[in-house]
Design a protein around this ligand. Structure first.
Ligand code: ATP
Ligand code: MG
Length: 365
């Protein structure tokens, strides 16, 4: 990050209470100008609340919102350099695509010639060149979504707020539109803040992902960081397919920690400087676990635990293997379906689950 990075958004100790419900609890973060920023988290976590506070549609109970360094906390939505794409706001059904897109400019009393030109430009931007005369009901779901996007982009705000913009689309269309959104954001170069509870959507579009849950910003980072190196237990549990084990650090030394899992003792990297005696969660993504042959297990170099094989679920590219640990916990091991390790196992069979020491992560909370 450059030192004099211009922050499009800065939120300081922002809180929002709805009566007794604390929807947002003293959240602070900033977003660098021109980034595609995603708020990702479970339902009810406070994502929409945060987005609406940035757009000025609701007032905070406490805290400050700065846009490009200017305090906008007390400004109305139309006085802010933001525009919002609402998931629930459909297009005006009786207006053509061009009229829908130009609506906001007309309210601003822009001259017709300039308005028409800007509308055409935006339709081209979202891949709908020549669709201006169509009516909304003559468009597919994905095309309607693009018109909504054009309607907001045409206002040339500095920050575009998108609340679950793809929620209404089916899986295939959602995937296509994700890539499209990313391409459009790169082209227009303005800051996007996109709310979703869909992990794959977040990973596809984001420069940075912030995990929002329980009214807090749990953790943020580049998609690869939050997926491969989650710091908080919550993030590990929410992102990817992580197996979590409760344990206690019994010994530390160098950058290693010995962790007692009750049914086994394993070694892990001690990236967070944990001390002996501390309760921890150990997380390992299912694709980093393997079902070992006796030869593998004897070769050493791997952390291993015994398990009972339960069943396999074939998922095409990968196969999930459900196994039960000595403490009764069931975990998932994921392998490539036609990989070399495509051995078959019988339910009830004793197997050894193994992983490279560095594949596991320790979480103090
Ligand atoms: N107008 C309101 N009045 C009272 N409580 C509200 C109101 N709006 C939201 N809440 C509560 O605030 C919390 C956060 O809601 P918010 O809509 O921000 O969640 P979200 O992360 O957007 O969830 P989703 O993914 O389901 O859209 C929830 O507990 C919700 O019930
Ligand atoms: Mg929401």
């Amino acid at each position: 990050m450059s030192q004099n990075a211009d922050n499009a958004v800065e939120v300081i100790d922002l809180s929002k209470n709805y009566g007794p419900v604390a929807a947002l609890k003293e959240v602070s973060f900033s977003i660098e100008s021109g980034k595609y920023f995603v708020l990702l988290g479970p339902s009810g976590g406070g994502k929409t609340t945060l987005l609406r506070l940035i757009g000025g549609f609701i007032k905070p109970s406490a805290g400050t919102v700065l846009l490009h360094g200017r305090d906008v906390t007390d400004l109305a939505p139309n006085e802010r350099p933001t525009s919002m794409v609402f998931q629930s706001y459909a297009l005006f059904p009786h207006m053509s695509v061009a009229k829908n897109v130009g609506y906001g400019l007309k309210l601003r009393r822009m001259r017709k010639a300039e308005l028409d030109e800007r509308v055409e430009e935006m339709l081209a931007m979202v891949g709908l060149e020549g669709y201006g005369a169509r009516m909304p009901h003559e468009l597919s779901g994905g095309q309607q979504q693009r018109v909504q996007l054009a309607r907001s982009l045409v206002l040339q705000s500095d920050v575009l707020l998108l609340d679950e913009p793809l929620a209404a689309l089916d899986a295939k269309l959602r995937k296509d539109m994700c890539l499209e959104l990313k391409r459009i954001q790169e082209k227009v170069g303005i800051t996007f803040i996109h709310v979703t509870h869909n992990q794959e959507e977040a990973m596809t579009v984001a420069d940075r992902i912030a995990i929002v849950a329980g009214g807090e910003l749990v953790e943020q980072g580049a998609p690869r960081d939050v997926y491969e190196r989650p710091v908080r237990r919550f993030t590990a549990d929410f992102i990817g397919e992580n197996n979590l084990f409760d344990g206690r650090v019994t010994k530390t030394g160098g950058n290693a920690a010995t962790v007692d899992l009750d049914f086994a003792t394993v070694q892990a990297l001690n990236g967070n400087g944990l001390a002996a005696g501390q309760a921890v969660a150990l997380s390992i993504r299912s694709e980093l676990l393997g079902l070992l042959t006796p030869a593998d297990a004897e070769n050493g170099g791997l952390q291993t635990i015994p398990a009972e094989y339960l069943e396999e679920v074939y998922l095409g590219l990968t196969t999930s293997h459900l196994v039960r640990l000595p403490n009764g916990q069931e975990i998932m091991v994921r392998t490539l379906s036609n990989g070399e390790a495509a051995a078959t196992f019988e339910p009830g069979q004793t197997v050894t689950v193994g992983w490279k020491t560095e594949a596991a992560r320790l979480h103090p909370d």
